[in-house]
Design a protein around this ligand. Structure first.
Ligand SMILES: [Zn+2]
Length: 58
């Protein structure tokens, strides 16, 4: 449940991932946007997410 913080896609088939965006901070985004951010190097790599996301900090 939830909605992508970038493309606002929502629905049960959308799995949201936590990402630390360089400009938007800690957001939940769909896998497509995650890949795009990853490829465009728009994520803050390896920095703390504050424990909010479920995919890292474990
Ligand atoms: Zn998205």
């Amino acid at each position: 449940m939830g909605e992508c913080g970038l493309c606002h896609k929502s629905g049960e088939e959308v799995s949201l991932l936590g990402a630390n965006h360089k400009e938007l901070g800690s957001i939940l985004i769909c896998r497509d946007c995650w890949k795009e951010l990853y490829q465009t190097n728009s994520m803050v790599a390896g920095s703390s997410c504050g424990g909010k996301c479920s995919t890292c900090c474990r």
